[in-house]
Design a protein around this ligand. Structure first.
Ligand SMILES: [Mn+2]
Length: 383
C-alpha cells in the first residue's frame, strides 16, 4: 500500500517537538509514575517520535517485530483485565478530545506534541482519544503504538477508549491485519494476538467530571453512541447501574451485549425522536432527540463527545450543541480528504474546536498559555 500523501498544512518544522523540550519537572513526574513500567514502552515511544521527525519514515530503520511483541506483552501485563467499562475521572483543567485517528500518525504526532506543551503548562490537563486507532491507513500499527505508549507514560493525563475498529472482524476487512501479515509474515499473527488482547481490555466510555469551585459539569465520551435497549428505548439507561453488567471483553462486537454494541456503533440522528434499528443500518442503531435528552437528564450529563462518523470539516454538532462528533484524521483509505479537528473543553469556557494543523495548534497553544498565565496571576493576586 502507498504511503499516505503529506497534508501540505501539516509540513513539519523538524526542530519542533514538545517532547524534547519537556521540563525536568514533568520528566521526573513521568518517570516516578512509570517506574514499574518496562523500558520497552519509552524506548519504542521515542523511536516512533524520532521517525515522525524524520518525515514519517518508518521503513528505513524499522522497529523490530520482536520489540513490538515485547511492547504489547508489557501492555497486557499492565492491563491484565478490564476493571471498569466506563471510567469516571475528576478534572481540574482543560480536556482535549480526539476523534478517530485510523492510522493517521501525522495528526496523532501533532496532537501529542501540542498536548505535551499544554501538559507542561498545566499538569491537570487531560487528553481523551475516542477509539478507532487502526485500519484505513497504512501506518496503523505505528499510530496505535504511539498513542498507547503515550497513555502509559502519562497515565494521569492521557486516556484511551475502545472504538468499533478495535475488533478482530473489522481488522480482517479494513487493513490492520493485512498490514501486519504483509510486513511481519507469520510473526504478524502472534503480534496481532497480543494486540487483540489489549483491545478487549480497553474501556468503552469515559466521564469527565469537570470541576470549578463547587460546580461540576459532566461530559460523557464514547466511540459511537448512548447505550440503548431497543425493546424499551424510551426508558433511559442509568450508567452506574448498567456499567457492571456490560459484557464487552470480547475480540468481536458480535459477542458483546447489545448495550456495548450500541456504545461502539450507534449514531445520532436529529431527524428522529426515538430510535431506528435494522438491517439497513448495518446492525447499528440511530438515536434521536427525545431518547438523547432522556439519557442525558437521567445521567446528569451536560455534554457528549463521540467519533465514529467522518465529516469533511472534522466535526459536527448535534442536539443544540450538546453532542460533538469528531473526526481527527485527514487521510482515509489512502487519500487526504478531511480537515481533522479536536475539541477543547474547560469549565466556564465555550467548547472550542481546534483544527489539527501546525499553525492552528501553535496559535491555540499561545492562547492557552496567555490565559493560563493570567489566571495564575489573578489567583496570586487573590491570596
Ligand atoms: Mn468507528
Amino acid at each position: 500500500m502507498e504511503q499516505p500523501m503529506a497534508n501540505p498544512e501539516n509540513m513539519f518544522n523538524l526542530e519542533h517537538t514538545g517532547f524534547h523540550k519537556l521540563s525536568s519537572e514533568i520528566r521526573e513526574n513521568v518517570q516516578s509514575k512509570t517506574r514499574t513500567v518496562d523500558p520497552i514502552i519509552s524506548k519504542i515511544f521515542e523511536k516512533l517520535l524520532s521517525q515522525c521527525l524524520e518525515n514519517f519514515n518508518f521503513t528505513e530503520n524499522p522497529v523490530l517485530v520482536e520489540d513490538y511483541f515485547h511492547f504489547y506483552q508489557e501492555v497486557n501485563r499492565l492491563f491484565p483485565s478490564l476493571h471498569q467499562k466506563i471510567v469516571t475521572q475528576d478534572v481540574f483543567g482543560p480536556v482535549f478530545f480526539v476523534g478517530d485517528t485510523h492510522g493517521a500518525i501525522q495528526e496523532s504526532y501533532l496532537i501529542i506534541d501540542f498536548f505535551f506543551k499544554v501538559m507542561e503548562l498545566n499538569h491537570q490537563a487531560k487528553l481523551v482519544f475516542v477509539g478507532d486507532y487502526v485500519d484505513r491507513n497504512p501506518n496503523d500499527l505505528e499510530n496505535l503504538t504511539l498513542i498507547t505508549a503515550f497513555s502509559i507514560l502519562c497515565p494521569d493525563n492521557v486516556f484511551l477508549i475502545r472504538g468499533n475498529h478495535e475488533d478482530r472482524v473489522i481488522n480482517t476487512h479494513y487493513g490492520f491485519l493485512d498490514n501486519l501479515l504483509r510486513t511481519y509474515r507469520d510473526k504478524g499473527d502472534d503480534l496481532y494476538s497480543e494486540i487483540l488482547q489489549f483491545f478487549t481490555h480497553l474501556p468503552l466510555g469515559h466521564i469527565s467530571q469537570m470541576h470549578s469551585g463547587s460546580n461540576i459539569a459532566r461530559v460523557f465520551t464514547v466511540h459511537g453512541g448512548i447505550p440503548i435497549d431497543p425493546h424499551n428505548f424510551m426508558e433511559p439507561l442509568i450508567l452506574s447501574e448498567l456499567e457492571p453488567k456490560l459484557e464487552c471483553e470480547f475480540p468481536e462486537s458480535s459477542d458483546m451485549d447489545p448495550y456495548s454494541v450500541s456504545i461502539l456503533w450507534s449514531d445520532p440522528d436529529e431527524m428522529i425522536q426515538g430510535i431506528l434499528t435494522g438491517e439497513s443500518f448495518d446492525g447499528r442503531m440511530k438515536f434521536g432527540t427525545t431518547v438523547f435528552d432522556g439519557f442525558m437528564r437521567a445521567n446528569k450529563l451536560d455534554l457528549m463527545v463521540r467519533g465514529h462518523q467522518k465529516w469533511v470539516e472534522g466535526s459536527k454538532t448535534f442536539f443544540n450543541g450538546r453532542l460533538y462528533s469528531l473526526f481527527s484524521t485527514a487521510s482515509y483509505d489512502g487519500r487526504v480528504q478531511f480537515s481533522p479537528k479536536i475539541l477543547m473543553l474547560e469549565y466556564g469556557i465555550s467548547p472550542k474546536l481546534i483544527p489539527v494543523t501546525v499553525d492552528s495548534l501553535n496559535r491555540d497553544y499561545l492562547e492557552i498559555e496567555t490565559s493560563y498565565k493570567l489566571k495564575v496571576k489573578s489567583q496570586e493576586g487573590e491570596s
